[in-house]
Design a protein around this ligand. Structure first.
Ligand SMILES: Cc1cc2nc3c(=O)[nH]c(=O)nc-3n(C[C@H](O)[C@H](O)[C@H](O)COP(=O)(O)OP(=O)(O)OC[C@H]3O[C@@H](n4cnc5c(N)ncnc54)[C@H](O)[C@@H]3O)c2cc1C
Length: 371
Protein backbone atom coordinates (compact mmCIF):
# COMPACT_ATOMS: atom_id res chain seq x y z
CA UNK A 1 0.00 0.00 0.00
CA UNK A 2 1.22 3.50 -0.79
CA UNK A 3 0.26 5.99 1.90
CA UNK A 4 -0.30 9.62 1.04
CA UNK A 5 1.76 10.78 4.00
CA UNK A 6 4.21 9.09 6.40
CA UNK A 7 4.70 11.00 9.65
CA UNK A 8 8.00 10.17 11.36
CA UNK A 9 7.84 10.42 15.18
CA UNK A 10 4.76 10.03 17.38
CA UNK A 11 5.46 12.53 20.14
CA UNK A 12 3.12 15.50 20.50
CA UNK A 13 4.21 16.86 17.12
CA UNK A 14 3.72 13.68 15.12
CA UNK A 15 0.52 12.63 16.89
CA UNK A 16 -1.10 16.04 16.49
CA UNK A 17 -0.26 16.51 12.81
CA UNK A 18 -1.26 12.91 12.02
CA UNK A 19 -4.66 13.59 13.63
CA UNK A 20 -5.07 16.80 11.63
CA UNK A 21 -4.12 15.14 8.33
CA UNK A 22 -6.01 11.89 8.84
CA UNK A 23 -9.51 12.98 7.77
CA UNK A 24 -8.08 14.06 4.42
CA UNK A 25 -5.35 11.54 3.58
CA UNK A 26 -4.06 7.98 4.15
CA UNK A 27 -1.54 8.55 6.94
CA UNK A 28 1.10 6.25 8.40
CA UNK A 29 2.67 7.17 11.78
CA UNK A 30 6.11 5.68 12.43
CA UNK A 31 7.57 5.71 15.96
CA UNK A 32 11.02 4.44 16.89
CA UNK A 33 10.23 3.52 20.51
CA UNK A 34 7.98 0.83 22.01
CA UNK A 35 5.25 3.45 22.53
CA UNK A 36 4.67 7.12 21.65
CA UNK A 37 5.57 9.83 24.15
CA UNK A 38 8.83 8.41 25.53
CA UNK A 39 11.03 11.43 24.72
CA UNK A 40 10.36 15.21 25.12
CA UNK A 41 6.58 14.84 25.18
CA UNK A 42 6.64 12.55 28.21
CA UNK A 43 9.07 14.79 30.11
CA UNK A 44 7.59 18.28 29.95
CA UNK A 45 6.81 20.61 32.83
CA UNK A 46 3.24 20.76 31.55
CA UNK A 47 2.49 24.46 31.50
CA UNK A 48 0.83 26.82 29.03
CA UNK A 49 2.41 30.22 29.47
CA UNK A 50 1.65 33.02 27.01
CA UNK A 51 5.18 34.46 26.90
CA UNK A 52 7.12 31.20 26.85
CA UNK A 53 9.21 30.87 23.68
CA UNK A 54 9.25 34.60 22.97
CA UNK A 55 7.03 37.02 21.04
CA UNK A 56 7.32 35.06 17.77
CA UNK A 57 5.69 32.02 19.37
CA UNK A 58 2.83 33.95 21.01
CA UNK A 59 0.40 33.63 18.05
CA UNK A 60 0.69 29.82 18.18
CA UNK A 61 0.36 29.71 21.97
CA UNK A 62 -2.62 32.04 22.16
CA UNK A 63 -4.49 30.34 19.33
CA UNK A 64 -3.87 26.95 20.97
CA UNK A 65 -5.01 28.24 24.36
CA UNK A 66 -8.59 28.63 23.20
CA UNK A 67 -8.63 25.05 21.83
CA UNK A 68 -6.99 23.61 24.96
CA UNK A 69 -9.40 25.38 27.30
CA UNK A 70 -12.43 24.40 25.26
CA UNK A 71 -11.38 20.71 25.30
CA UNK A 72 -10.70 20.71 29.05
CA UNK A 73 -6.89 20.32 28.90
CA UNK A 74 -6.06 23.44 30.99
CA UNK A 75 -6.20 24.09 34.74
CA UNK A 76 -5.63 27.72 35.82
CA UNK A 77 -2.30 28.34 37.56
CA UNK A 78 -1.00 31.90 36.91
CA UNK A 79 2.68 32.73 36.42
CA UNK A 80 4.99 35.11 38.24
CA UNK A 81 8.22 36.36 36.71
CA UNK A 82 10.33 37.41 39.70
CA UNK A 83 13.46 39.50 40.12
CA UNK A 84 15.39 41.82 42.41
CA UNK A 85 15.68 45.62 42.34
CA UNK A 86 18.52 45.40 39.82
CA UNK A 87 16.24 43.45 37.47
CA UNK A 88 13.74 46.31 36.96
CA UNK A 89 15.21 47.19 33.56
CA UNK A 90 15.03 43.53 32.49
CA UNK A 91 11.37 43.48 33.55
CA UNK A 92 10.64 46.65 31.56
CA UNK A 93 12.35 45.18 28.50
CA UNK A 94 10.44 41.92 28.91
CA UNK A 95 7.09 43.79 29.01
CA UNK A 96 8.07 45.99 26.07
CA UNK A 97 8.95 42.96 23.92
CA UNK A 98 5.34 41.70 24.18
CA UNK A 99 3.68 45.01 23.29
CA UNK A 100 1.01 44.42 20.68
CA UNK A 101 1.06 40.61 21.00
CA UNK A 102 -2.14 40.43 23.07
CA UNK A 103 -0.31 38.94 26.06
CA UNK A 104 -1.65 40.19 29.39
CA UNK A 105 1.09 41.06 31.93
CA UNK A 106 0.53 42.90 35.23
CA UNK A 107 3.26 44.58 37.27
CA UNK A 108 2.85 43.69 40.97
CA UNK A 109 3.64 45.98 43.89
CA UNK A 110 6.72 44.76 45.85
CA UNK A 111 4.78 43.65 48.93
CA UNK A 112 2.37 41.60 46.81
CA UNK A 113 4.97 38.94 46.04
CA UNK A 114 5.41 37.51 49.55
CA UNK A 115 1.63 36.95 49.74
CA UNK A 116 1.76 34.75 46.64
CA UNK A 117 5.08 32.92 47.08
CA UNK A 118 5.64 31.63 50.62
CA UNK A 119 9.23 31.76 51.92
CA UNK A 120 10.45 34.08 49.15
CA UNK A 121 13.49 36.08 50.27
CA UNK A 122 12.82 39.82 50.71
CA UNK A 123 15.33 40.95 48.09
CA UNK A 124 13.14 39.22 45.46
CA UNK A 125 10.76 42.15 45.42
CA UNK A 126 9.92 42.63 41.74
CA UNK A 127 7.26 40.65 39.96
CA UNK A 128 5.26 40.46 36.76
CA UNK A 129 2.03 38.48 36.88
CA UNK A 130 0.67 36.58 33.94
CA UNK A 131 -2.82 35.47 35.01
CA UNK A 132 -3.64 33.34 31.97
CA UNK A 133 -0.92 30.74 32.67
CA UNK A 134 -2.31 27.23 33.15
CA UNK A 135 -1.23 23.63 33.69
CA UNK A 136 -1.72 21.37 30.65
CA UNK A 137 -2.89 17.77 30.79
CA UNK A 138 -0.07 16.65 28.49
CA UNK A 139 -0.87 12.92 28.50
CA UNK A 140 -4.55 13.71 27.92
CA UNK A 141 -3.74 15.93 24.94
CA UNK A 142 -1.32 13.41 23.44
CA UNK A 143 -3.87 10.59 23.83
CA UNK A 144 -6.56 12.83 22.33
CA UNK A 145 -4.49 13.23 19.18
CA UNK A 146 -3.50 9.56 18.99
CA UNK A 147 -7.17 8.60 19.42
CA UNK A 148 -8.30 11.07 16.73
CA UNK A 149 -5.60 9.77 14.40
CA UNK A 150 -6.69 6.15 14.99
CA UNK A 151 -10.37 7.05 14.55
CA UNK A 152 -9.57 8.42 11.10
CA UNK A 153 -7.65 5.35 10.02
CA UNK A 154 -4.03 6.24 10.82
CA UNK A 155 -1.78 3.20 11.19
CA UNK A 156 0.66 3.61 14.09
CA UNK A 157 3.78 1.47 13.84
CA UNK A 158 5.84 1.37 17.04
CA UNK A 159 9.44 0.05 17.11
CA UNK A 160 9.75 1.49 13.58
CA UNK A 161 12.91 3.62 13.64
CA UNK A 162 13.22 5.11 10.17
CA UNK A 163 16.75 4.46 8.92
CA UNK A 164 16.51 4.99 5.17
CA UNK A 165 14.46 7.27 2.92
CA UNK A 166 14.81 7.09 -0.84
CA UNK A 167 12.59 8.93 -3.30
CA UNK A 168 12.04 7.48 -6.78
CA UNK A 169 9.22 8.04 -9.29
CA UNK A 170 7.47 10.42 -6.89
CA UNK A 171 7.30 7.93 -4.01
CA UNK A 172 9.37 7.70 -0.81
CA UNK A 173 10.60 4.20 0.07
CA UNK A 174 11.06 4.13 3.81
CA UNK A 175 13.06 1.44 5.59
CA UNK A 176 13.31 0.94 9.32
CA UNK A 177 16.21 -0.26 11.45
CA UNK A 178 14.42 -3.64 11.77
CA UNK A 179 14.20 -4.00 8.00
CA UNK A 180 10.51 -3.25 7.40
CA UNK A 181 9.63 -1.06 4.46
CA UNK A 182 6.82 1.37 3.77
CA UNK A 183 5.93 3.69 0.91
CA UNK A 184 4.42 7.17 0.92
CA UNK A 185 4.07 10.11 -1.43
CA UNK A 186 5.04 12.65 1.24
CA UNK A 187 7.01 12.53 4.47
CA UNK A 188 6.48 14.69 7.57
CA UNK A 189 9.56 14.97 9.76
CA UNK A 190 8.27 15.14 13.36
CA UNK A 191 11.27 13.39 14.88
CA UNK A 192 11.98 15.97 17.62
CA UNK A 193 15.66 15.85 18.62
CA UNK A 194 16.32 13.55 15.64
CA UNK A 195 14.84 15.91 13.02
CA UNK A 196 18.20 16.67 11.37
CA UNK A 197 19.18 12.98 11.51
CA UNK A 198 16.01 12.08 9.60
CA UNK A 199 16.65 14.88 7.08
CA UNK A 200 20.15 13.58 6.41
CA UNK A 201 18.79 10.05 5.94
CA UNK A 202 16.48 11.48 3.25
CA UNK A 203 19.26 13.41 1.53
CA UNK A 204 17.65 16.70 2.62
CA UNK A 205 19.83 19.52 3.94
CA UNK A 206 19.43 19.78 7.76
CA UNK A 207 18.15 23.12 9.06
CA UNK A 208 20.32 22.93 12.21
CA UNK A 209 18.00 21.55 14.90
CA UNK A 210 19.94 21.46 18.19
CA UNK A 211 18.74 19.37 21.15
CA UNK A 212 19.30 21.13 24.50
CA UNK A 213 18.95 19.19 27.75
CA UNK A 214 16.53 20.50 30.39
CA UNK A 215 16.40 19.10 33.97
CA UNK A 216 13.52 18.91 36.44
CA UNK A 217 13.88 17.95 40.13
CA UNK A 218 10.94 17.03 42.34
CA UNK A 219 11.38 18.37 45.86
CA UNK A 220 9.46 17.49 49.01
CA UNK A 221 9.36 20.80 50.86
CA UNK A 222 8.32 21.63 54.40
CA UNK A 223 5.67 22.96 54.63
CA UNK A 224 4.21 21.33 51.51
CA UNK A 225 3.77 23.48 48.41
CA UNK A 226 0.28 25.00 48.31
CA UNK A 227 -1.82 23.88 45.36
CA UNK A 228 -2.52 27.50 44.35
CA UNK A 229 1.16 28.49 44.11
CA UNK A 230 1.72 30.09 40.68
CA UNK A 231 4.44 28.99 38.31
CA UNK A 232 7.43 31.08 39.49
CA UNK A 233 10.05 31.97 36.86
CA UNK A 234 13.28 33.95 37.19
CA UNK A 235 13.09 37.01 34.90
CA UNK A 236 16.73 36.26 33.99
CA UNK A 237 16.01 32.63 33.09
CA UNK A 238 17.86 30.99 36.02
CA UNK A 239 15.06 28.75 37.36
CA UNK A 240 11.35 27.99 37.50
CA UNK A 241 9.24 26.05 39.97
CA UNK A 242 5.61 25.04 40.32
CA UNK A 243 3.63 22.85 42.73
CA UNK A 244 2.44 19.31 42.12
CA UNK A 245 0.64 17.31 44.82
CA UNK A 246 2.39 19.21 47.64
CA UNK A 247 5.82 18.79 45.98
CA UNK A 248 7.69 21.33 43.88
CA UNK A 249 8.86 20.75 40.32
CA UNK A 250 12.06 22.77 40.08
CA UNK A 251 14.19 23.40 37.00
CA UNK A 252 17.51 25.29 36.71
CA UNK A 253 16.34 26.33 33.23
CA UNK A 254 19.39 24.54 31.83
CA UNK A 255 20.09 24.34 28.11
CA UNK A 256 22.97 21.89 27.69
CA UNK A 257 23.69 20.92 24.06
CA UNK A 258 23.26 17.17 23.60
CA UNK A 259 23.27 14.50 20.96
CA UNK A 260 19.76 13.16 20.31
CA UNK A 261 19.37 10.45 23.00
CA UNK A 262 17.38 9.19 25.99
CA UNK A 263 18.40 12.19 28.12
CA UNK A 264 19.27 11.65 31.78
CA UNK A 265 19.66 14.28 34.51
CA UNK A 266 23.19 15.21 35.65
CA UNK A 267 23.85 15.60 39.40
CA UNK A 268 25.48 18.98 38.75
CA UNK A 269 22.35 20.40 37.11
CA UNK A 270 20.19 19.20 40.00
CA UNK A 271 22.64 20.80 42.46
CA UNK A 272 22.52 24.08 40.52
CA UNK A 273 18.72 23.98 40.62
CA UNK A 274 18.67 23.52 44.38
CA UNK A 275 21.30 26.21 44.93
CA UNK A 276 19.27 28.73 42.89
CA UNK A 277 16.07 27.73 44.69
CA UNK A 278 17.74 28.38 48.03
CA UNK A 279 18.93 31.77 46.85
CA UNK A 280 15.35 32.83 46.11
CA UNK A 281 13.47 31.19 49.01
CA UNK A 282 14.20 29.91 52.51
CA UNK A 283 11.78 27.02 52.04
CA UNK A 284 13.07 23.87 53.80
CA UNK A 285 13.85 21.03 51.40
CA UNK A 286 12.90 17.75 53.11
CA UNK A 287 13.90 15.45 50.25
CA UNK A 288 14.88 15.28 46.61
CA UNK A 289 12.34 12.69 45.52
CA UNK A 290 12.81 12.36 41.81
CA UNK A 291 14.53 13.98 38.82
CA UNK A 292 14.35 13.71 35.06
CA UNK A 293 15.70 15.38 31.95
CA UNK A 294 14.52 15.76 28.40
CA UNK A 295 15.66 17.37 25.17
CA UNK A 296 14.15 20.60 23.88
CA UNK A 297 15.06 21.00 20.23
CA UNK A 298 15.65 24.39 18.64
CA UNK A 299 16.28 25.77 15.18
CA UNK A 300 19.07 28.38 14.99
CA UNK A 301 16.59 31.28 15.41
CA UNK A 302 14.63 29.42 18.12
CA UNK A 303 11.45 29.61 16.05
CA UNK A 304 9.72 26.37 15.04
CA UNK A 305 10.12 24.94 11.54
CA UNK A 306 6.87 24.03 9.76
CA UNK A 307 6.45 23.42 6.07
CA UNK A 308 7.76 21.88 2.88
CA UNK A 309 11.51 21.79 2.41
CA UNK A 310 12.33 24.34 -0.33
CA UNK A 311 14.57 21.91 -2.22
CA UNK A 312 12.40 18.78 -1.72
CA UNK A 313 8.74 19.83 -1.27
CA UNK A 314 7.57 16.24 -0.57
CA UNK A 315 9.65 16.38 2.64
CA UNK A 316 7.78 18.47 5.24
CA UNK A 317 9.38 19.81 8.42
CA UNK A 318 7.41 19.81 11.68
CA UNK A 319 10.25 20.32 14.11
CA UNK A 320 12.05 22.77 16.40
CA UNK A 321 9.23 22.89 18.98
CA UNK A 322 11.74 23.90 21.67
CA UNK A 323 10.15 24.45 25.06
CA UNK A 324 6.69 25.23 23.72
CA UNK A 325 5.70 22.14 21.72
CA UNK A 326 2.85 21.15 24.02
CA UNK A 327 1.29 24.56 24.52
CA UNK A 328 1.40 25.33 20.78
CA UNK A 329 0.39 21.87 19.52
CA UNK A 330 -3.23 22.52 18.47
CA UNK A 331 -2.55 25.59 16.33
CA UNK A 332 0.83 24.36 15.09
CA UNK A 333 -0.57 21.02 13.90
CA UNK A 334 -3.58 22.64 12.23
CA UNK A 335 -1.35 25.24 10.51
CA UNK A 336 1.18 22.70 9.28
CA UNK A 337 -1.56 20.32 8.10
CA UNK A 338 -3.21 23.14 6.15
CA UNK A 339 0.15 23.75 4.47
CA UNK A 340 0.53 20.06 3.53
CA UNK A 341 -3.03 19.81 2.23
CA UNK A 342 -2.85 23.18 0.46
CA UNK A 343 -6.02 24.47 2.09
CA UNK A 344 -6.78 27.91 3.51
CA UNK A 345 -6.55 28.82 7.19
CA UNK A 346 -9.55 28.53 9.50
CA UNK A 347 -10.64 30.15 12.75
CA UNK A 348 -7.87 28.41 14.73
CA UNK A 349 -5.06 29.62 12.46
CA UNK A 350 -6.53 32.91 11.19
CA UNK A 351 -4.11 35.17 13.09
CA UNK A 352 -0.97 33.17 12.31
CA UNK A 353 1.49 33.92 9.50
CA UNK A 354 2.90 30.57 8.27
CA UNK A 355 5.83 32.36 6.59
CA UNK A 356 7.30 33.11 10.04
CA UNK A 357 7.89 29.37 10.56
CA UNK A 358 8.70 28.25 6.99
CA UNK A 359 11.94 26.28 6.46
CA UNK A 360 12.67 28.45 3.41
CA UNK A 361 13.89 31.17 5.80
CA UNK A 362 17.08 29.14 6.28
CA UNK A 363 17.63 28.81 2.55
CA UNK A 364 17.28 32.62 2.29
CA UNK A 365 19.78 33.10 5.11
CA UNK A 366 22.21 30.81 3.31
CA UNK A 367 21.92 32.83 0.11
CA UNK A 368 22.52 36.12 1.98
CA UNK A 369 25.58 34.60 3.65
CA UNK A 370 27.06 33.56 0.32
CA UNK A 371 26.23 36.91 -1.43
C1 LIG B 1 12.01 19.29 30.89
C2 LIG B 1 11.10 19.81 29.80
C3 LIG B 1 10.08 20.67 30.12
C4 LIG B 1 9.19 21.13 29.13
N1 LIG B 1 8.12 21.88 29.50
C5 LIG B 1 7.22 22.27 28.57
C6 LIG B 1 6.06 22.99 28.94
O1 LIG B 1 5.82 23.24 30.13
N2 LIG B 1 5.19 23.36 27.95
C7 LIG B 1 5.42 23.07 26.63
O2 LIG B 1 4.63 23.46 25.78
N3 LIG B 1 6.52 22.38 26.26
C8 LIG B 1 7.41 21.97 27.19
N4 LIG B 1 8.52 21.27 26.81
C9 LIG B 1 8.78 21.06 25.37
C10 LIG B 1 7.94 19.93 24.80
O3 LIG B 1 8.03 18.79 25.63
C11 LIG B 1 8.44 19.64 23.40
O4 LIG B 1 8.44 20.81 22.61
C12 LIG B 1 7.55 18.61 22.69
O5 LIG B 1 7.33 17.49 23.50
C13 LIG B 1 8.19 18.21 21.37
O6 LIG B 1 7.40 17.19 20.81
P1 LIG B 1 7.98 16.34 19.61
O7 LIG B 1 6.91 15.39 19.21
O8 LIG B 1 8.56 17.26 18.61
O9 LIG B 1 9.24 15.55 20.24
P2 LIG B 1 9.30 14.15 21.00
O10 LIG B 1 8.26 14.04 22.05
O11 LIG B 1 10.70 13.96 21.43
O12 LIG B 1 8.91 13.12 19.88
C14 LIG B 1 9.75 12.82 18.79
C15 LIG B 1 9.55 11.35 18.50
O13 LIG B 1 10.21 11.00 17.30
C16 LIG B 1 10.67 9.68 17.45
N5 LIG B 1 11.73 9.45 16.46
C17 LIG B 1 12.94 10.03 16.41
N6 LIG B 1 13.63 9.55 15.37
C18 LIG B 1 12.84 8.68 14.74
C19 LIG B 1 13.01 7.85 13.59
N7 LIG B 1 14.15 7.84 12.89
N8 LIG B 1 11.99 7.04 13.24
C20 LIG B 1 10.82 7.03 13.93
N9 LIG B 1 10.62 7.79 15.04
C21 LIG B 1 11.62 8.60 15.42
C22 LIG B 1 11.15 9.63 18.87
O14 LIG B 1 11.23 8.30 19.36
C23 LIG B 1 10.10 10.46 19.58
O15 LIG B 1 9.06 9.66 20.12
C24 LIG B 1 9.41 20.76 27.77
C25 LIG B 1 10.45 19.90 27.44
C26 LIG B 1 11.29 19.41 28.43
C27 LIG B 1 12.38 18.47 28.05
Amino acid sequence: MIHDIAVIGAGMAGASIAAELAPHARVLLLEAEDAPGFHATGRSAAFWEECYGGPGVVPLTRASGAFLAEHGFLTPRGALYVGRAQDRAAMDAFCASYTGTGVHIERLAPDALSDRVPHIRPEWSEALYQPACADIDVAGLHQHYLREARRHGVTLENRARVAGLVRAAGIWSITTARGESFRAAQVVNAAGAWADVVARAAGVRPVGITPLRRTVAVLRVDPPAPADLPLVLDINGGFYFKPDAGRLWLSPHDEIPSEPCDAAPEEMDVAVAIDRFQSVTDWRIAALEHRWAGLRSFAPDRMPVYGADPAEPSFVWFAGQGGFGIQTAPAAARLAAQGVLGVAGDALTAGIDPAAYAPSRFAAAKLEESA
